[in-house]
Write a protein that binds this ligand. Structure first.
Ligand SMILES: Cc1ncc(COP(=O)(O)O)c(C=O)c1O
Length: 390
């Protein structure tokens, strides 16, 4: 049978490395898995407790509000005020989504249709390409490897070269997988550009709360007037380490929030109410927990990058995200990222994501996800060092 839409989705490149990892583990090998970006840190215990309590109450077992409970939307607005100095109206400028991914995908249904164009950074987190594709739009991939300034110029050129003019510019900083991060000046330019050219910015801010060394990722909404031309996707997945809970938000432009709300009112009944109730607590009282999570990722980052640098593999330290984006060591560049990832798995017993999985411009790199503990990361460094020295 012929299926629609999913035919445009290519086979998942990461599946190949994943299959090899499972095979090795089945054969009894101890593989350190830094491939899939699935956070391993436990969710805040006080939030888990609240979930259990709320789950025991039958009045929370019914359909909930698709847009999110009013107090949940207020908790997001309060966190934005505290963290970014951004004022959001919980009634019109905040909606709860089933993770950032669901929010992004359905938001793009309301912004794009066949014949429309979206601009997306590449290398890309796969849904950044395929959410516009599934909405029927055409995607222009804008190279990001030379950093955000060069990306802006490429984006500007691509925008002016496109007809029809792109309706959406998708962005995400700190960026997965490249870890490129930006300062507020970047967003000032972006907002001015969107206003001048009458286009819309969708900012996936999944790593809003994961940063190091004093760097604080700015919200795009800190720019005056940004709400006229933009929304931001915020999530409890990374900073609050609540990946499986599926709690995200779309905030900013009230018309876009309303459009997404209308669509979602047909599609779902929102997140299970006990999860929403516990998430209110996470947002209101989780700032200290977020700081702890950051410290854990920073220590892992330093262990990995310092260790690999000492082993002769030169890698820069990211100032945001839970990833390390590494150019292949010179001696192994000829292998390409997929082969190199397989060799690393076989010889060093470490699973990583090959850069090619994030698009052609990701070739020549691999991505480490910092999702095993420090001891295991030390083990990974030892394995890689032995392999590099062999
Ligand atoms: C850039 C980016 N956006 C979104 C997500 C997923 O967020 P959520 O769990 O809120 O859907 C991830 C997770 O890896 C990500 O890297």
């Amino acid at each position: 049978m012929e299926f629609r839409r999913i035919n445009s989705l290519p086979p998942y490149v990461f599946a190949e490395v994943n299959a090899l990892k499972l095979e090795a583990r089945r054969a009894g090998e101890d593989v350190v898995d830094l491939g899939f970006g699935n956070p391993d840190i436990e969710s805040p215990p006080f939030v888990v407790e609240k979930l259990a309590e709320a789950a025991a109450n039958p009045k929370n077992h019914r359909y909930s509000q698709s847009r999110g409970l009013p107090n949940l939307r207020k908790a997001v607005a309060d966190r934005y005020e505290r963290r970014f100095g951004v004022h959001l109206d919980p009634e019109t400028e905040v909606i709860n989504t089933i993770g950032a991914k669901e929010g992004l995908s359905h938001l793009l249904w309301t912004l794009l249709q066949p014949g429309d164009v979206a601009l997306v950074p590449e290398p890309s987190y796969p849904i950044h390409i395929y959410a516009p594709v599934l909405a029927g739009a055409e995607v222009r991939r804008i190279p990001l490897l030379e950093g955000s300034e060069a990306w802006f110029e490429h984006m500007e050129q691509a925008f002016l070269d496109s007809w029809p003019r792109p309706r959406v510019i998708l962005t995400s900083f700190p960026h997965n997988p490249t870890t490129v991060s930006v300062d507020l000046g970047f967003w000032e330019r972006m907002v001015a550009f969107a206003k001048q050219h009458d286009t819309f910015i969708v900012h996936d801010f999944a790593y809003a709360d994961v940063s190091f060394d004093g760097y604080r990722p700015p919200s795009l909404l800190e720019v005056d007037g940004a709400k006229d031309v933009a929304v931001e996707l915020y999530t409890l997945t990374k900073g609050h380490s609540m990946a499986g809970w599926r709690v995200g938000f779309t905030v900013g432009n009230a018309e876009a929030v309303a459009a997404l709300g209308k669509l979602k009112s047909y599609l779902d009944y929102g997140t299970f109410q006990p999860i929403q109730i516990a998430s209110i607590l996470a947002l209101n009282e989780g700032d200290g927990y977020v700081a702890e999570v950051n410290e854990i990722y920073r220590t892992r980052r330093d262990t990995l990058v310092d260790g690999l640098n000492r082993a002769g593999w030169e890698i820069d330290k990211p100032r945001g995200t839970m990833f390390v984006w590494a150019p292949l060591p010179e001696r192994h560049r000829h292998l390409g990222s997929l082969e190199f990832a397989k060799v690393l798995l076989r010889e060093a017993k470490v699973a990583v994501s090959p850069g090619i999985g994030f698009g052609d411009t990701g070739e020549g790199f691999v991505r480490f996800a910092l999702v095993e503990n420090e001891e295991r990361i030390r083990q990974a460094v030892r394995g890689i060092r032995r392999f590099l020295e062999s």
